[in-house]
Design a protein around this ligand. Structure first.
Ligand code: UDP
Ligand code: MG
Length: 154
């Protein structure tokens, strides 16, 4: 991994794929300068969903959230770049799309909290755990991009 770079997990949730917004969401992250290092289309089962959303297991919305995230495939991705956890959270916008800033993924393309299109890790620690949950070591690829010298100051 390049200097100062970190990785974060992003999911295009079932609503994003059903609405045909996976490409648009990936483009937002590519345009920001982040590098895709892993991706897979996966129909999450209950045990993966419960592990992924463990932090919310006592919340009233938990059963509905598990049902929703397992209802149809998701696109799981790991994105790498400078401050990628914070940068992706900012690019995604607030959890409640009605409060998400215009220009963010949720602020431009969603309106309901339960149908907010994307998941992204909220800290470097959770990013590490979540990436491990979805990807094996060999599924995460190291490569250089020639364009990076025009995106990242050396
Ligand atoms: N969620 C919900 N109702 C709520 C709060 C959260 O349906 O009142 C869902 C929503 O899809 C959200 C997910 O649970 O994205 C995880 O919640 P979190 O607070 O971690 O938000 P996020 O990190 O996705 O912004
Ligand atoms: Mg969260």
């Amino acid at each position: 991994m390049s200097q100062n770079a970190e990785r974060t997990l992003v999911l295009v949730k079932p609503d994003g794929l059903q609405r045909g917004l996976a490409g648009t969401i990936m483009s937002r992250l590519e345009n920001r300068g982040l590098k895709l290092v892993a991706s897979k289309l996966i129909h999450m089962d209950e045990s993966l969903a419960e592990a992924h959303y463990m932090a919310h297991k006592d919340k009233p919305f938990f059963p509905g959230l598990v049902k929703f995230i397992t209802s149809s495939p998701v696109l799981a991705m790991a994105w790498e770049g400078k401050d990628s956890v914070r940068v992706v959270r900012n690019t995604m916008g607030a959890t409640d799309p009605t409060k998400a800033d215009p220009g963010t993924i949720r602020g431009d393309m969603a309106i309901d909290i339960g149908l907010n299109l994307v998941h992204a890790s909220d800290s470097t620690d959770t990013a590490h755990q979540e990436i491990q949950l979805f990807f094996s070591k060999t599924e995460i690829l190291e490569y250089t991009r020639d364009i990076d010298r025009w995106i990242i100051e050396s």
